[in-house]
Write a protein that binds this ligand. Structure first.
Ligand SMILES: [Zn+2]
Length: 230
């Protein structure tokens, strides 16, 4: 298995190949637990910081050399050698690697059948922030998920049968302010806190306590205003 020192040496050699006349900067290489096969390089204060996906920890040397070449070439805006690019791509796309990546994702809990992580917002972090801000962190987080369809008629709902808060995908957009999404999630969190109960024969969904607590949301009026124009 490649050590980070060995990797650093590969990077120094590759650096010398690409820029024979310039000195090799100070280098730090580390394996990093990305969710996917991912590698990054940065030059900061004259130091090169390299992060290699830990999924590549057991990769053969020619693959690591290919990565070093690709990352350094890209950083210095030099053409990427085709053979290196191909070797790397081939290795990463092998069954072995994709199975490994898949297993690691499962272990890290990133893989979800229904996903809280949208393009613009992560519902779990919205829930956690609100939980801390308004509920002293006391609510247990249910399954958080974006709706599969872009429903406009239903902004969000709490599904007690599956213990899930479902939010319309319409709001997973950078033009939707976070406080609007927070308001929708906050409302559903109140449903979590105040279960629907029967009062006489009337099903009381938004009880007086519910409504009073909803008013505590800091940007209630702004959020309602935004939703009016949706
Ligand atoms: Zn409601």
């Amino acid at each position: 298995m490649a050590t980070t020192e060995h990797l650093a040496q590969l990077f120094r050699e590759t650096h010398h190949e690409l820029r024979p006349r310039s000195p090799v900067p100070e280098l730090r290489v580390e394996f990093f637990g990305f969710a996917n096969v991912n590698n990054t390089i940065r030059l900061r204060d004259g130091r090169l910081l390299v992060r290699i996906s830990d999924l590549l920890e057991g990769a053969p040397e020619y693959v690591l050399r290919a990565i070093a070449h690709i990352l350094l070439a890209k950083m210095y805006r030099k053409p990427v050698d085709r053979d290196h690019a191909m070797r790397y791509r081939r290795y990463v796309s092998t069954q072995h690697m994709s199975t490994k990546a898949h297993l690691v994702r499962q272990m890290r809990g990133r893989k979800r059948i229904i996903s809280a992580r949208g393009h613009a917002y992560d519902l779990e972090s919205v829930f956690d922030d609100l939980n801390g801000q308004y509920f002293f962190g006391l609510l247990a987080r249910p399954q958080m998920t974006w709706s599969s369809e872009r429903a406009r008629n239903r902004l969000g709902h709490y599904d007690p049968a599956h213990n899930a808060i479902v939010v319309s995908r319409v709001f997973d957009h950078p033009r939707v302010p976070r406080y609007v999404l927070e308001y929708i999630v906050y409302h559903e969190m109140l449903h979590l806190k105040h279960p629907v109960r029967l009062r006489g024969s009337r099903r009381c969904v938004h009880s007086a306590e519910f409504q009073a607590e909803e008013k505590l949301f800091s940007r209630l009026e702004d959020a309602k205003e935004f939703l009016k124009c949706l």
